[in-house]
Design a protein. Structure first.
Length: 571
């Protein structure tokens, strides 16, 4: 029989070894229940060891002989054996319940992948998701204006036929996340997103008709914010974002990023590459409501941060004039933000979403929009009072509906009305006030491919500033040599789009589409507005210098058309 003292020694060695192994394992337990149970057993073991140490010291003082020391050693060995058995046993139901009550949230390893297809990873008390959209296409487009003539008999300069190109189309990568904040009733949320130039080099953009100091491939160049999110799903954010007015009907834009994108006309007041009411608003604060019985709403406010009373300064903290232009883009001297720059802005939408049917209404307003360059381009000497009056508010409202049939046919319709609040004596040059519509239909095929078609129409505007090849008459109060504007001219346009989309794999699609924009004699809507790297617009190849000193020639009345084949990858 093994002496009691030797049993004590062997049991001590076994328990200490077991403790050294189990203690660190407890830290890396897979969930809170296991961790709490293991820690409780380790604590029990540590108490047993302390008692054994005390008995060992007393045993050594007594010389380790006699019945008393033998009984003490036997008791110690029994205690250690019980501790070892308890440590080896699975946690009891009561222990699990106690551990669960201590923490109802499972613990995960740092950067542990969350189950699912999304690239979501755990962080302490939170998680983050990496996401992106990559799209490149090969296009061939024509400006369709080689037969146009100016009043002096001149024609467009350069190649007006089909021109091939490779375009990066609204490509971006980003990261968004959520972090719990202890007992606070809301969580911290954030998003950082940047554009990606796949087919070209990142940098400021410059053509013979426009220039921008914004680096689209710069870090956080796109929708980025910080904010708070509550348990009911509502959220408040600070940063920059696509406005609620734009987002409200984006699900109806079946050609997003393609040459037939409905933003060629929808939200586009003047027909240029800029989309005034389909834009990203910087330095904004906005609120997104929770979804309640299918209803939700968003509201946004963007302070203008412009010290000038007529918005002709660059806003504080910005690289370009608000509104997507730079000083001098309107061609007037001295250079200023006078080609659509605005101050404060607000945007809101409300929607009813019940799976098969989606109904929305949205409104957006831009304050103190400066378009005085329209006048300096028309008059050699602008009449008194005209310049100040051409800084005015602009707004837009729209309603949209989308319905999905059982046949997997989806139809969409949007009606839009845009208004510029200038006095009556400036209505003759007011091309920013008009109505428009978008009609679209998409059909999912048995093999999960999709075919879709769309029609966007810009109705005639209240007036037209002339300035292009349309200068055929004098404007009110004009003198010989002044450009022409006019009320009631035909500056309407229609855009038609057709696309076939092939689902190659999950998140990977290929597409082929055709689009055509057919302008009235005074209209100059383009192809590709809304974020594409390559657009086909009204400008010919004259004046290749670019920048503030350029003198681009825009030709109204073009019939633009193109075909495009591309690949899109979402993750």
């Amino acid at each position: 029989m093994v002496p009691a003292t030797k049993q004590f020694t062997l049991a001590s060695i076994a328990i200490v070894t077991f403790a050294l192994v189990i203690s660190p394992l407890a830290v890396y337990a897979q969930n809170e229940d296991q961790k709490q149970a293991l820690l409780q057993r380790v604590e029990q073991l540590e108490r047993a060891l302390q008692e054994v140490k005390a008995d060992l010291a007393a045993l050594q003082d007594a010389g380790g002989n006699g019945p008393a020391s033998a009984h003490a050693a036997d008791a110690d060995a029994a205690r250690l054996a019980d501790a070892a058995a308890a440590l080896a046993r699975p946690a009891s139901t009561a222990g699990k319940a106690k551990a669960a009550s201590a923490s109802s949230v499972a613990r995960h390893g740092f950067f542990e992948k969350k189950a699912g297809d999304a690239l979501t990873f755990y962080t302490p008390n939170g998680e983050f998701t990496a996401y992106g959209n990559l799209d490149v296409s090969f296009d061939a487009t024509t400006k369709g204006m080689k037969n146009l003539k100016a009043p002096d008999g001149s024609s467009p300069v350069g190649n007006m036929g089909y021109l091939p190109d490779i375009s990066t189309n609204i490509s971006y990568v980003g990261m968004r996340g959520i972090q719990k904040l202890g007992s606070l009733p809301f969580s911290f949320i954030y998003q950082m997103e940047t554009g990606v130039d796949i087919a070209s080099s990142s940098g400021i953009s410059e053509t013979n008709s426009s220039e921008s100091d914004v680096v689209k491939g710069g870090l956080t160049s796109r929708n980025s914010y910080i904010g708070a999110k509550w348990k009911d799903g509502s959220a408040a954010m600070f940063g920059k974002t696509d406005a609620p007015y734009k987002n409200s009907t984006m699900r109806m834009n079946l050609f997003y990023g393609m040459i037939g994108d409905y933003q060629v006309i929808m939200g586009n007041t003047g027909g240029d590459n800029r989309v005034e009411f389909g834009t990203r608003l910087d330095h904004s604060i906005w609120y997104a409501s929770p979804l309640y019985k299918g209803i939700r709403y968003d509201v946004l406010y963007s302070p203008g941060q412009n010290r000038s009373a007529d918005s002709d300064n660059i806003a504080a903290g910005e690289s370009d004039c608000t509104g997507g232009n730079i000083p001098g883009s309107g061609g007037s001297i001295p250079y200023a933000c006078n080609d659509g720059s605005f101050s404060d802005a607000m945007s809101a939408d409300v929607a009813y979403d019940l799976h098969k049917i989606y109904v929305t209404a949205a409104y957006e307003r831009h304050m103190k929009v400066n378009r005085s360059s329209d006048l300096t381009g028309m008059y050699a000497n602008v009449p008194d009072g005209y310049m100040a009056a051409d800084t005015a508010d602009e707004d837009a409202g729209k309603a949209g509906v989308q319905y999905a049939f059982r046949s997997k046919t989806v139809v969409s319709a949007i009606y839009e009305n845009m208004h510029r609040y200038v006095p009556g004596f400036l209505e003759f040059q007011n091309e920013r006030q008009r109505q428009g519509h978008w009609l679209a239909i998409a059909q999912e095929l048995p093999n999960k491919d999709t075919v879709a078609a769309g029609w966007a129409r810009a109705y005639r505007a209240a007036g037209d500033p002339g300035q292009h090849n349309t200068s055929l008459a004098l404007p009110p109060l004009g003198a010989p040599g002044d450009g022409a504007g006019g009320a009631g001219v035909n500056n309407a346009a229609n855009m038609f789009s057709v696309v076939y989309t092939r689902k190659v794999a999950k998140g990977l699609t290929a597409y082929v589409d055709w689009a055509g924009t057919f302008n009235g004699p005074y209209a100059h809507y383009d192809l590709g507005a809304g974020g594409r790297a390559v657009t086909t617009d009204c400008h010919d190849a004259s004046d290749a210098t670019g920048g503030e000193s350029s003198n681009p020639h825009c030709w109204a009345g073009g019939h633009l058309a193109g075909v495009s084949a591309g690949v899109n990858r979402k993750f």
